[in-house]
Write a protein that binds this ligand. Structure first.
Ligand code: SF4
Ligand code: SF4
Length: 104
């Protein structure tokens, strides 16, 4: 059982923000604006963001709340430091956490 902490440190390492699966999503773009606003106000408050307000770290929070993402594109998780350090490739699900839910 692996739990990925929902922290600012991990949010910064996550590659979801640059992933082609969600890069064209309008819903994600809107969330991104909110996230940047919160980040600029207080760098140490990941909880202020809340999992429903962010569009990253799906391995920790579970499925995406935006439904206009394109999961036919290629997931970037296997290039991620957290994925490698926590050996998420051995878990189920092991990628596409935005579609398949959080790792466990
Ligand atoms: S979980 Fe994978 S597919 Fe989903 S947004 Fe993140 S990198 Fe992309
Ligand atoms: S494994 Fe995927 S969802 Fe988890 S932090 Fe890395 S890029 Fe983000």
């Amino acid at each position: 059982m692996v739990n990925i902490e929902f922290s600012m440190e991990n949010i910064k390492k996550c590659l979801c923000m640059k992933c082609p699966v969600q890069i064209k999503s309008q819903c994600v773009k809107d969330k991104q604006k909110i996230m940047l606003l919160i980040k600029n106000q207080d760098l140490d408050s990941p909880m202020m963001m809340g999992p429903d307000r962010v569009h990253v770290l799906y391995c920790s929070t579970g499925k995406a709340t935006c439904n206009d993402i394109d999961t036919n594109q290629i997931c970037k998780c296997n290039q991620c430091t957290i994925w490698n350090q926590k050996s998420l490739k051995n878990n189920i699900p092991n990628r596409y956490f935005c579609k398949n839910g959080k790792t466990h």
